[in-house]
Write a protein that binds this ligand. Sequence first.
Ligand code: NAD
Length: 428
Amino acid sequence: MRLCVIGVGYVGLVTGACLADLGNSVICVDVDKKKIQNLNKNILPIYEPGLEELVKRNKTRLKFTINLKEGIQKSDIIFIAVGTPPKENGEADLTYVKDAAKSIGKYINGYKIIVDKSTVPVGMGDLVESIIEDTSKAKKKFDVVSCPEFLREGSALHDFMNPDRIVIGAKNKIAANKVAEIFKPLNTKVIITDLRSAEMIKYASNSFLATKISFINEIANICEKVGADVETVAMGMGLDKRIGRLFLNAGAGFGGSCFPKDVSALINIALSEDYDPILLKAVMEINKIQKKSIITKIKKMLGTVEGRSIGILGIAFKPETDDIREAVSLDVMNALLEKGCRIKAYDPAAIENAKKMIKGVKYVKNAYEVAENAECLVVLTEWNEFKELDLKKIKSLMKSPNIVDGRNIYDPDLVKKLGFNYTGVGRS
Ligand code: NAD
């Protein structure tokens, strides 16, 4: 099939490359000239395991361009995968989706199916339809389909190629089936529904996962008070099939470009319909408390935080990505900088992005450099390489052997035996 993907970010690039790998011809279009120039030189704008090889392997079926007209006119099915970042009030900013819809209206030259992969508020499919209708002079026929994306950064290729389900929402069942055909090689469950339910499935799914995280974080905080261990509690809970172990990892809170944004957007959607979403508001509130609790833990360990030398292990919002949007590390580092701390930080993939966001931090090349003369090490991303560190060496490099483990990656007994003062999350 001849496909176009508008927006070549974390979702758009993975979608384009995977769809090409499934045998389609894909034109990937972005307004960011530099990004497209780099992609045409095989320089990827993001770090995602396996993506570089996949793009290279499908070079003959993948085209990168800034030419929206070409992308739209040469394709039968157009995917919108532009960003929907949060506005200050938590609402989703729909400017980029609206712009993409206007371009489609402007250049449409025959029947097209427009597939929305961006996460958008319920009703956006109808809005995209009316924008295309209003901007299109030729009054060509088209259908709008919602097909929300559920991939996770860090395992995006695997997730795209092995989805738990494909959700397709549309008014026209023929268009829905045509989109379903694209995903047929993935051999997975396809749910065909109406536009609004498909849009809601995405928000409800992310909000549920965020709720699970805030739930276990609240349990962790209670565990600390009553002398229980949240890791054991989560294991005991997770063995119950009705609950499941996934997303029951207590820690410093959730970040990233999706959970905080999507829960906030759903809260706004509910409020705008005169419904008070008390559970979702609590999910966000607990997350705020959780991020702040890292500073409290450092204070408890050192007595005072002001002016201390702190080592940060992990900046990305999760392992295996360079994405730092809404990362917990940003809040923690900013709070420490405000208290006059000297901070050294290391992340296997996210340093270049962090340098653009936070000044005043010394970014170093590995965890051992972070440890040198640090009074406290703070783990904020559970990268595997941090689990494998030579902790004896780390201890010998530190000014004082303190660890605040914001992701519970270490065995408390083991690190305490090595002579560290250790605080995890929910581990009494
Ligand atoms: P991103 O910011 O990484 O990429 C968006 C891209 O769109 C950018 O390259 C930008 O230049 C481009 N763009 C903006 N306006 C454009 C236009 N008019 N024409 C062409 N290109 C344009 O965003 P992302 O993380 O890939 O997210 C995209 C959407 O997918 C969001 O709605 C997000 O919520 C959703 N989503 C993201 C993830 C994830 O893990 N990142 C997972 C599932 C769903």
